[in-house]
Ligand binder design. Structure first.
Ligand SMILES: [Zn+2]
Length: 114
């Protein structure tokens, strides 16, 4: 999920990490927690591009896919995709899901050094 201005994020932090993720020219903080809800809806992860923070539910069995999904939202914000005339939130959501599934399904090859 992608947090928009005025979104209400509920979250119990487990660790406010020093982990950062490089997205374009920005460093995003990776924060782990539980009971993550955006506007009252339970979710596995949230990208707040305004705060440059990605929140992940530590108890989710879909953490890898969720992290990739949220990184796509961060990239959409940082690489200007959201300013494209054909951009819409539903399309961004579909792209995030598609990339997450493909990357996780091929993770060993993606992560392997040559
Ligand atoms: Zn999403």
């Amino acid at each position: 999920m992608s947090a928009k201005k005025d979104s209400e994020l509920q979250f119990k932090a487990v660790s406010k990490g020093k982990k950062t993720l490089r997205v374009g020219c920005e460093d995003y903080q990776l924060v782990f927690g539980t009971e993550l809800k955006l506007n009252g809806v339970e979710c596995h992860g949230v990208c707040d591009s305004g705060a440059k923070t990605i929140y992940l539910d530590v108890n989710s069995d879909q953490r890898q896919a969720t992290l990739v999904h949220e990184l796509v939202h961060a990239a959409a914000a940082e690489f200007g995709l959201r300013h494209h005339e054909d951009w819409c939130p539903k399309l961004e959501e579909l792209i995030a899901e598609m990339v997450a599934k493909v990357v996780v399904a091929n993770y060993r090859l993606v992560a392997r050094k040559p």
